[in-house]
Design a protein around this ligand. Structure first.
Ligand code: PGA
Length: 250
C-alpha cells in the first residue's frame, strides 16, 4: 500500500520571517496527522524554517537544485548544500522551470541522478500544456518527460522517486483537472513506469497530482487509485488550507 505524500511548493513567496510565521501556524494544525508532508520554501528561508520545524514531522525541501557538487555556477545550489541546510526533498523539473528557465529533460535527468546520489528524495514534475492536450499529445509529452528523467538510471536506484503529474493548464489557474482526467493520466504514467522499471517498483512509487488543488477538491482527487497525494502551490501559502489538504490524504 502506497503512503500518500503532500508537499507545499511555496514558489517565490514569503520572506524568512513570514515563512516562520506560516510554519508556526501550520505545526499545531498538523500535529499527529499521519500523512507524509513537506514544505518547500524559497532558499532564503531554509535555515529559519528548518529551526522553526524542530519537533515537527513536517519535512523540508527546495524547489530546484544544480547537478554539480560545487563550482562556478552563479546563483545555484548543490545537493550537498541543500542536505546541509536540513532538507530531505527537492522538486525537480517543475513546469515553471521548464517554461521560464529553459530546463530540459536532460537537465532534469542530471539533477535526478545527483539528488539520488546525495540521498535527497526527489519530486519530479511532469505535465502537458493546454495546446499539447488539445493536440492529443499528453502521452507523448508526459511519458517523454518521465523517460528523459530516468535516462540511464537503474530501477533499484529510483524506488524513492516521487512523481508529480501537473498539467500546466491547471497550475495557478483555478482550473483543476477532474479526478477522472487526473486518474487517467496517473494510470498511464504508472503503466509506463511498470514497463520502464518493472511492476514492483512502479507499484511502489508515489504519483502526486498538482494544479489548483484546494481543500474542496483534494479528497476526491486523492481518493483515486493512482493518485498518492498532491503538490500544492497557492493553497500551501495559508496554514488552514494546506492543513485541510494534507488531512484530505488521510
Ligand atoms: P497551484 O500550483 O496549486 O498554485 O496550481 C501547483 C504547482 O505549481 O506545484
Amino acid at each position: 500500500m502506497r503512503k500518500a505524500i503532500v508537499a507545499g511548493n511555496w514558489k517565490m513567496h514569503k520572506t524568512a520571517s513570514e515563512a516562520v510565521e506560516l510554519v508556526s501556524e501550520l505545526k499545531p494544525l498538523l500535529t499527529g496527522v499521519e500523512v507524509e508532508t513537506a514544505i518547500c520554501p524559497p532558499a532564503t528561508s531554509l535555515q529559519a524554517v528548518h529551526a522553526a520545524l524542530a519537533g515537527s514531522a513536517i519535512g523540508l525541501g527546495v524547489q530546484n537544485m544544480h547537478w554539480e557538487g560545487e563550482g562556478a555556477f552563479t546563483g545555484e545550489l548543490s545537493a550537498g548544500m541543500i542536505l546541509a541546510a536540513g532538507c530531505s526533498y527537492v522538486i525537480l523539473g517543475h513546469s515553471e522551470r521548464r517554461q521560464y528557465f529553459g530546463e530540459t529533460d536532460e537537465w532534469v535527468n542530471r539533477k535526478l541522478i545527483s539528488a539520488l546520489e546525495a540521498g535527497l528524495r526527489p519530486i519530479v514534475c511532469v505535465g502537458e500544456t493546454l495546446a499539447e492536450r488539445e493536440a492529443g499529445r499528453i502521452e507523448e509529452v508526459v511519458l517523454g518527460q518521465i523517460g528523459g528523467a530516468l535516462m540511464g538510471l537503474e530501477a533499484d536506484s529510483v524506488t524513492d522517486v516521487v512523481w508529480a503529474y501537473e498539467p500546466v493548464w491547471a497550475i495557478g489557474t483555478g482550473v483543476t483537472a477532474t479526478a477522472a482526467q487526473a486518474e487517467e493520466a496517473h494510470a498511464m504514467m504508472r503503466s509506463f513506469l511498470a514497463e520502464q522499471l518493472g511492476a514492483e517498483v512502479a507499484a511502489g512509487q508515489r504519483i502526486q497530482y498538482g494544479g489548483s488543488v484546494k481543500p474542496d477538491n483534494a479528497a476526491e482527487l486523492f481518493s483515486q487509485d493512482n493518485i498518492d497525494g498532491g503538490l500544492i502551490g497557492g493553497a500551501a501559502l495559508a496554514a488552514e488550507s494546506f492543513a485541510a489538504i494534507v488531512k484530505a490524504a488521510l
